[in-house]
Design a protein around this ligand. Structure first.
Ligand code: PRP
Ligand code: URA
Length: 210
């Protein structure tokens, strides 16, 4: 494990990730399994959220229990493919606020181009989770994290399904304090900037635009 990078080895996650990688998996199944994988990954990525004590009266006795503390958390999918991870996260955190950052990679330069940004207020007081299935060169994630810091975010984490070593390095260089949660750290990028073996173009597989 590289410092600040958590790669889950949960068997359910590994099993479901194999389905997402498989080129025969169609759009409908891809979406469903992505949601399930996101819930499993979200469980890992929220392990250290702060809690506070509350008194709960059960049918038998009163006891001290825990509830999540602090302001509502913010989920920020990087459009488009990040949208595929929103439902899974909202199953775990139904009250979360949701911001959106629209970034598209220039297919030749691989540089991210921002086309949309709308985020909730008071980001400085909230935990912010950025979600995107793919961390390839890292350009999109670095740009999204930079944007969120400009809007005040201080407590950020990044959750992706599949990463290439180059993407992890880019995020760690630009935002070393941001923890990265992954289902898999793959081998490399190919000449077109795709993760190898990866799962192809995540946006196309989620939205059926192949
Ligand atoms: C994909 C993916 C990431 C980005 C990763 O988005 O969803 O946002 O590429 O690549 P990077 O780490 O090299 O920046 P894409 O730009 O294809 O847009 P889409 O989600 O709209 O398909
Ligand atoms: N974006 C994707 O959707 N897939 C990759 O492999 C790389 C970037």
């Amino acid at each position: 494990m590289i410092q600040n990078v958590y790669v889950s080895s949960h068997p359910l996650l590994e099993h479901k990730l194999s389905i997402l990688r498989d080129e025969r998996t169609g759009t409908r199944e891809f979406r469903e399994v992505l949601k399930e994988v996101t819930m499993l990954l979200g469980y890992e990525a929220t392990r250290d959220l702060p809690t506070e004590d509350i008194e709960v009266k059960t049918p038998v006795a009163t006891c001290t229990c825990k509830k999540l503390s602090g302001r509502k958390l913010v989920l920020v999918p990087i459009l488009r493919a990040g949208i595929g991870m929103v439902d899974g996260f909202l199953q775990l955190l139904p009250s979360a606020k949701v911001g959106h950052i629209g970034l598209s990679r220039n297919e030749e330069t691989l540089e991210p181009i921002e086309y949309y940004a709308k985020v909730p207020n008071e980001l400085d007081k909230r935990n912010v989770i950025v979600v995107d299935p793919m961390l390839a060169t890292g350009g999109s994630a670095v740009a999204a994290l930079t944007k969120l810091k400009e809007r005040g975010a201080k407590n950020l984490r990044l959750v992706c399904l599949v990463a290439a070593p180059a993407g992890v390095e880019a995020v760690q260089k630009a935002h070393p304090e941001v923890p990265i949660y992954l289902a898999a750290l793959d081998e490399k990028l190919n000449e077109k900037g795709y993760i190898v073996p990866g799962l192809g173009d995540a946006g196309d597989r989620i939205f059926g635009t192949l």
